[in-house]
Design a protein around this ligand. Structure first.
Ligand code: G6P
Length: 372
C-alpha cells in the first residue's frame, strides 16, 4: 500500500479506508481451505502451541485494546486462560508467570520501549518462556527478540492514531486463536470453518461500515462544543468502546472515557445530563437486552445518545429521537468488534476535522514511543 495521500486529506482517513485491503493482505497466505495454517506463526509454532496452558498479552495504547478483545475470544471460544496487561505496569511489578505461559506482545511498530522491556524482563525471570509477537514491522526489536512472529500486513501506518494496524491485529489474534484451538483440540472443525468464513467476509463488512461516513459526519457536528463523551459497550464491545474513546481523545482533544455498560450505575450515571454525548455500541447479541436497559437509564436522565447498532437491534423501539446508526448486520463473535470499530474511527476523524486539530500528528503524541 502506497504512502501517497492520493485523494485523502489525511493519512488517518486514507488508512481507515485501506482497511478492507489490509485485512485481505493479512489473511493472504495464512489460510488453506477452511483452516488456518499453524506454520504462519513460525516453524516452531506447532510444538510451542501444543504446550501452552495460558496466554499473557502485553501491549500499549491501541494494541492493548486489541489484546483486551482477544481475552474475551480466548476464554469464550477455546477456553484458554488469557491475561492482558499494559506493558508499563507489567514491567515494573513482579508478575507470577505460571508454567507453560505464552507471552504475546502486540505492537504496530515493534519498538515500543515498555512492551520491549516487559518482554525482556519476563524472559529474564523465566528463561524458557515462549514468546510470540503480533507486529506490523518485520525488522523490528520485537520480531527479533520473540520466538514466534506473526506479521500484520497493514502496510505503513503514518497517522499517529492507529486504525488499520488495530484492525489487522484483531485479525491476527483471531487467526492465532483458531490455530491454537486446533492444535490443542479445543475447537471443532465446524467452528474453525465458521471463523475462517467470517474472517473472509470481513473486507466486505468493513466496506459496508465505511459507507456510513456521511451520516457519521453529520453526527460529528454535535461534538464540536462538547467537553466530554462517554462510550458504552458490553462484552467485546467494551474494549471497542475504550478504543473509540481513545481515538476521540487522541485526535479531537475531547475528554472521553469508556465504561462497560453494566458499571454505569456505579458512578458515571452521576455525570449524565444533556451536555454529554453517550455513544453506545449495540450489536444483536446475548447482551443486547441488558445494554438496552442500561441505555434506558441514560435516556431517563436526558443523556444525548448516539447508538451504533445491528440492523435488527432495535434500540430505538419507542420511536424516541435518538441518533441510531445501523452500522452492521448481525456479524459473528469475531467479526462484530472489528466491524463496529470502523464507524467509531470515522466519528473521531470527523469530530477532529470540525475542531481543526492536526489529525495525523496530534499535539504531544508520537507514533512510536521508543523511550520511556
Ligand atoms: C503510541 C501510538 C499509539 C500506539 C501505541 C503503541 O502511543 O501513538 O497509536 O497504539 O504507541 O504502539 P505500538 O507500536 O506498540 O503498537
Amino acid at each position: 500500500q502506497s504512502v501517497e495521500l492520493g485523494e485523502h486529506r489525511h493519512y488517518m482517513h486514507k488508512e481507515i479506508f485501506e482497511q478492507p485491503q489490509s485485512v485481505i493482505d493479512t489473511l493472504q497466505g495464512r489460510i488453506s481451505g477452511d483452516s488456518v495454517l499453524v506454520s504462519a506463526f513460525g516453524h516452531q509454532a506447532e510444538e510451542i502451541f501444543s504446550k501452552i496452558e495460558q496466554v499473557q498479552i502485553i501491549a500499549c495504547g491501541t494494541s492493548y485494546h486489541a489484546g483486551l478483545v482477544a481475552k474475551y475470544w480466548f476464554e469464550d471460544i477455546i477456553g484458554m486462560p488469557c491475561l492482558v496487561e499494559v506493558a508499563s505496569e507489567y514491567r515494573y511489578r513482579n508478575p507470577v508467570i505460571r508454567p507453560n505461559t505464552l507471552l504475546l506482545t502486540i505492537s504496530q511498530s515493534g519498538e515500543t520501549a515498555d512492551t520491549l522491556a516487559a518482554l525482556r524482563s519476563a524472559k529474564a525471570t523465566q528463561a524458557d518462556l515462549a514468546s510470540l509477537t503480533i507486529c506490523n514491522v518485520p525488522e523490528s526489536s520485537l520480531t527479533r527478540e520473540s520466538d514466534l512472529v506473526f506479521l500484520t500486513h497493514a502496510g505503513p501506518e503514518i497517522g499517529v492514531a492507529s486504525t488499520k494496524a488495530f484492525t489487522t491485529q484483531l485479525v491476527a489474534l483471531a487467526l492465532f486463536l483458531t490455530a491454537m484451538g486446533r492444535v490443542q483440540n479445543r475447537l471443532s472443525t465446524g467452528r474453525e470453518k465458521a471463523i475462517v468464513a467470517g474472517l473472509q467476509k470481513l473486507p466486505s463488512l468493513i466496506q459496508s461500515a465505511l459507507q456510513h461516513e456521511a451520516v457519521i459526519k453529520d453526527i460529528a457536528q454535535q461534538f464540536a462544543d462538547k467537553g466530554s463523551a462517554l462510550f458504552l459497550g458490553r462484552g467485546t464491545m467494551y474494549p471497542i468502546a475504550m478504543e473509540g474513546a481513545l481515538k476521540l481523545k487522541e485526535i479531537s482533544y475531547i475528554h472521553a472515557e469508556a465504561y462497560p455498560a453494566g458499571e454505569l450505575k456505579h458512578g458515571p450515571l452521576a455525570l449524565i445530563d444533556d451536555t454529554i454525548p453517550v455513544i453506545a455500541i449495540a450489536p444483536k447479541d446475548e447482551l443486547l437486552e441488558k445494554l438496552k436497559s442500561n441505555l434506558q437509564e441514560v435516556k431517563a436522565r436526558g443523556g444525548q445518545m448516539i447508538v451504533f447498532e445491528d440492523e435488527d437491534s432495535n434500540v430505538n423501539t419507542d420511536g424516541d429521537d435518538l441518533n441510531v446508526i445501523k452500522a452492521t448486520t448481525n456479524v459473528g463473535r469475531i467479526t462484530a468488534p472489528i466491524t463496529f470499530n470502523i464507524p467509531l474511527q470515522l466519528l473521531s476523524y470527523h469530530v477532529a476535522l470540525i475542531k481543526g486539530t492536526d489529525v495525523d500528528q496530534p499535539r504531544n503524541l508520537a507514533k512510536s514511543v521508543t523511550v520511556e
